[in-house]
Design a protein around this ligand. Structure first.
Ligand SMILES: [Ca+2]
Ligand SMILES: [Ca+2]
Length: 192
């Protein structure tokens, strides 16, 4: 009997210590924040493949089932295209980092183009976390091929004086001269 009890205690304590180091999808979080100079921040983002407008900062906090932060965990963070067409510069759509003492890893998604809705998700040791809320993204690379070129200019011209968010780079509700100024400033930009 004593041996059985001892065995049960050992098994239970092993199970507790094992789950204490296992990431939990129910307590871990993925939070996205738009940062940068455009007037669309913080509600939406304007990006350029040359990474010289806004960026989306993602904070992943890894916790175990008890809610304790887990340090030293390798996190994969990736873009999820919800709608629209996007282009990601090499190494941009999937990034890897290790959590710090607070169980946090940080990622910045900057070098991409296209228009539509994206969100960002993360996995850690095979556990898939809930992605952050969707973010509307616009870019002078309107067609999402990582080059701001003549094809994008033709699309911009077609959207001029409309209310299309894909070319409303200052988020004032319409596509006008100020949006064209931004488009022109990023003409011929591509991946770094
Ligand atoms: Ca393009
Ligand atoms: Ca505008």
């Amino acid at each position: 009997m004593k041996i059985l009890v001892a065995a049960i205690i050992i098994v239970l304590s092993f199970a507790v210590s094992a789950s204490a180091s296992v990431p939990s999808a129910s307590t871990s979080t993925v939070e996205c924040e738009v940062r940068g100079p455009s007037s669309c921040v913080p509600n939406s983002a304007v990006v350029c493949p040359a990474s010289d407008i806004d960026s989306i900062h993602v904070t992943v906090t890894v916790r175990n089932v008890y809610g304790d932060p887990l340090a030293g965990k390798t996190v994969d963070c990736y873009a999820i295209e919800v709608s629209g067409d996007f282009c990601w510069c090499p190494g941009e759509s999937l990034q890897t980092d290790v959590t710090d003492a607070n169980g946090q890893a940080f990622f910045d998604f900057t070098d991409f183009g296209g228009c539509g809705n994206v969100q960002f998700g993360a996995t850690c040791e095979g556990v898939v976390f809930n992605p952050c809320t969707q973010i509307l993204v616009a870019s002078p690379d309107i067609d999402g091929d990582c080059e701001v070129d003549l094809a994008d200019f033709a699309m911009f011209a077609g959207l001029y004086l409309t209310t299309d968010p894909c070319a409303d780079y200052d988020c004032n509700g319409s596509v006008g001269l100020s949006d064209f100024a931004l488009f022109a400033a990023h003409y011929l930009h591509g991946c770094p």
